[in-house]
Design a protein around this ligand. Structure first.
Ligand SMILES: [Fe+2]
Length: 385
């Protein structure tokens, strides 16, 4: 057995924690931070308590509050150019995966020359970056504990992956009060992203015993709480459990990998701006079903963790999990692939080609080809649901 497991992030969870952000930043020795967030978070009033806390702790800050879903390389490069030399000593990301991924990319460019495209791939950094503190506002991405950043290269319409242990946040502050404001459609999409992280981490070819334990526990928590977190927005217990589950799933895939669901979802996200979690939810049952025979017992273990009858034999349980995943997406209001904005059949070969080129393609449970990706994409498009 040979593996590495790294978690660079201290995790603190407490309802209302964001109102003590300043104390935590001061403990890290930070004096001037860059807040990285999006317009939705700002409009929801989630920053108010954070500003007051920073002021009370004597921490100066600048702010970028226009991070878009699927952050773009040209925006990152332009923003970093304007912020270099301003004495910023840390980043405070408040939002979902896009804000956290943008903060990671900006932290790279505030400490390294060039453009973000220069750092695509694994371990391209030459030295440390500015410390990142993350306050997740969705329960899905797990980016608060991962060392990945996904940025859309606008010239290639391609989602780039940057991996380096240095870009993992040093501190994650989990405030379950924040997720109370999450709209149901976002809770659904981000929750399915978390479920995909956990399932792909467990079934991929590069899992390890620690990521396995985390992934299975995340699957159990998500199967127990996701529907309630979406369908009963006032169910704070369910929302809190999803916030923990998405973090645990992030620890799992951050130390294993994801697989072909993410490869396809990132390809369509780069082309159509499809929300990441929606893309994952659409393709998860198709890829899961396709992968079963590569490792039947692991897929059966996923099924049992989802709550499928443990008396079912592995092959029947794994097939039941495919149906479970279809039904889960339907219950959460995830659209069918054919109903996703902008989707055109003539793009399917390009999507298959981009999926095959994805960083995580070699990690998928079953070896994939452009042809098998294409077949899955066509099947999803024709799925009547
Ligand atoms: Fe994801």
């Amino acid at each position: 057995m040979k593996f590495q497991f790294l978690l660079p992030t201290k995790v603190v969870m407490e309802p209302g924690l964001r109102e003590r952000t300043g104390e935590h930043l001061r403990e890290l020795g930070l004096a001037r931070v860059l807040i990285v967030t999006d317009a939705g978070v700002k409009a929801a009033g989630l920053l108010t308590g954070i500003y007051a806390s920073l002021d009370a702790s004597g921490i100066a800050f600048e702010e970028i509050s226009d991070v878009k879903a699927n952050p773009r390389s040209e925006d990152i490069n332009r923003t970093a150019q304007a912020l270099r030399g301003r004495g910023i000593d840390g980043l405070l990301a408040i939002g979902g995966g896009s804000a956290m991924d943008a903060a990671k990319a900006l932290s790279v460019l505030l400490t390294h020359d060039g453009r973000i495209e220069d750092y695509e791939g694994s371990f391209k950094l030459t030295h440390g970056v500015l410390p990142i503190v993350a306050i997740p506002t969705t329960a899905g991405t797990g980016s608060e504990v991962t060392c990945f950043s996904v940025i859309t290269d606008t010239a290639r319409h391609f989602k780039m992956n940057l991996l380096d242990y240095r870009i993992g946040p040093v501190l994650a502050l989990l405030d379950s009060n924040i997720t109370a404001t999450l709209p149901p459609s976002i809770a659904a999409a981000t929750g399915m992203d978390a479920l995909t992280h956990a399932i792909e981490a467990y079934t991929c070819r590069v899992s390890n015993p620690i990521s396995d334990g985390l992934a299975l526990h995340a699957i159990r928590l998500i199967s127990q709480h996701l529907k309630a977190a979406v369908q009963e927005p006032d169910n704070l217990e369910a929302r809190e459990q999803m916030l923990v589950a998405s973090l645990i799933a992030g620890m799992a895939f951050g130390n294993a990998d994801v697989g072909s669901v993410h490869c396809i979802s990132e390809a369509i996200g780069g082309m159509y701006d499809t929300p990441h979690g929606v893309g994952n939810a659409i393709f998860l049952p198709f890829v899961f079903g396709h992968n079963i025979d590569a490792d039947l017992l692991r897929h059966a273990q996923v099924a049992y963790a989802l709550g499928i009858d443990p008396s079912l034999a592995p092959a029947s349980a794994a097939q039941a999990a495919v149906e479970y995943l279809f039904q889960m997406s339907k219950a959460l209001g995830i659209p069918r692939f054919a109903d996703v904005k902008g989707v055109r059949e003539e793009d399917f070969l390009t999507i298959a080609d981009k999926s095959k080129k994805n960083f995580s393609d070699p990690s998928n449970a079953k070896a994939m080809t452009v042809e098998t990706y294409h077949a899955i994409i066509v099947a999803a498009y024709r799925f009547a649901g």
